[in-house]
Design a protein around this ligand. Sequence first.
Ligand code: HEC
Ligand code: HEC
Length: 484
Amino acid sequence: MSRSRLFGILFSGFLVLSLVGVAQALTPLEELGKFLFFDTNLSTPPGQACASCHAPETGFTGPDSEINDTQVAYPGAIHTRAGNRKPPTAAYGGFSPNLHFDEEEGLFIGGMFWDGRATGWTLDDPLAEQAEGPFLNPLEQANPNAKSVCTKVAHSDYAGLFEQVWGPGSVDPVHGVELMYERIARSISAFEQSQDVNPFTSKYDYYLEGLATLTAEEAEGLALFEGKAMCSACHISEPGEGGLPPLFTDFTYDNLGIPANYEIPFYRAQRKYNIDGYEWFDHGLGGFLATVPEYSGMAEENISKFKVPTLRNVDQRPYPDFVKAYGHNGYFRSLEEITHFYNTRDVEPWPEPEYGETVNHDELGNLGLTPEEEAAVVAFMKTLNDGFVPETVAKSAGEAERLLLTRSVDDSRAVFRFNLASGSHARLDVYDLRGRRLARLADGWIGAGTHQYPFATDRLASGVYFARLVADGQIATTKFTFVK
Ligand code: HEC
Ligand code: HEC
């Protein structure tokens, strides 16, 4: 069966399910991915889930303040082992294109991981390819093989949901390991692309919609971010055409000249994991490109370049003193510190870069920001945490109800559904991934109750799209894949 047919069937499945009439935040596929993401039984020994290193309360990065403050790299299911990098956020990753060389710009764009090695080249979905990794990584969930992961899923409480989503006979670790393992990864990817993980509900999102105001300091920080501090050269802060919210990354790679962080236990790991000991340095994108015949000639110029991470949720933490680590090796333990580094790398005595040959000297190193300006940039970054509740909503609803945009997709149309607690101006737009608006389905006053908007998909090319609703002082975003 071709993959596209598979998805066609899958989406008809969604339609049937949604006709049952229960408005739900997640589709069954996303719900399945959520079970998998939080299941601590999917490691050997048990105890480690994806969420052990990517937790919601920290914006889907590492949830342990002490680890973030010390060794940065998280221990695996086998506790004496640890990786060599800081967990980046697993949120907003679904917007990354496959890794490719952009001829016009002359640089690499896309892919997943700090070094881009989950390229998207085999599954056409970098997130799904990424999700196939950790279960089998001896430094992470450490399962011996894909079959053992599939067997655990087959014995889980959600095995029935798996079969409901992927069809009768799909839970078969004996005959269909490869396909079942791929589906596990695709389910996780679907969850990682869901409204749960990518809500676009930061103060900045509300600000862009005219539903919140920035403080004077935050506004100054924004102006600096886009001006004198040059942050937006890589962390894109402007909406795309038609209002697509910015992702705060351009998915390119760079070497900022961050010093080595010798607190990472990897320097002291067994020789079979690290033969170079303290001489080891992280080769980043260049290290991966060296393994790809087509691109190995460009490996050297990309050594120690790392993917520009999104800054969404960069300050998301469970309590104010909770420490988060920043950068691929977690060298920085606060937003103040990394901002000071951008500002003063070349004019204050910072330690040597981890690898000096490819360091970017054009856009950072000596920005000439005053301490107040550094603080303003940090204040602005703090407006990027999801879960902001605008004052109007907080007042009228007491406890804010999240606006939910559910959707179902079949071969000829998508249907968007949402519920309004009271009459409101509502605007509903559909975008492609490059931020072009394809349709405006609603724009005007709409009464209280449940509303439904069909969107014809017959002229739509296969791909990923998303819809965004602004109503009742709130914002909701949902993403969908369409395959002909
Ligand atoms: C032991 C901690 C740990 C566990 C468990 C873990 N991860 Fe990660 N994750 C990391 C680290 C560290 C990286 C960065 C690794 C690198 O770049 O080489 C990462 C990278 C990622 C990324 C890439 C984000 C980006 O923008 O490049 C995603 C997505 C992700 N993990 C999702 C998952 C999923 C899904 C699972 C479960 C199947 C999982 N992780 C399990 C630590 C972990
Ligand atoms: C030339 C591109 C570029 C510019 C300009 C830039 N950044 Fe970055 N940023 C990156 C890259 C690449 C990384 C990851 C580097 C690494 O880990 O080695 C990063 C990482 C970060 C991180 C860490 C995020 C995390 O999850 O670990 C923060 C915070 C950050 N940048 C903020 C800023 C601010 C503030 C500015 C402006 C003062 C700025 N950046 C300017 C490319 C850039």
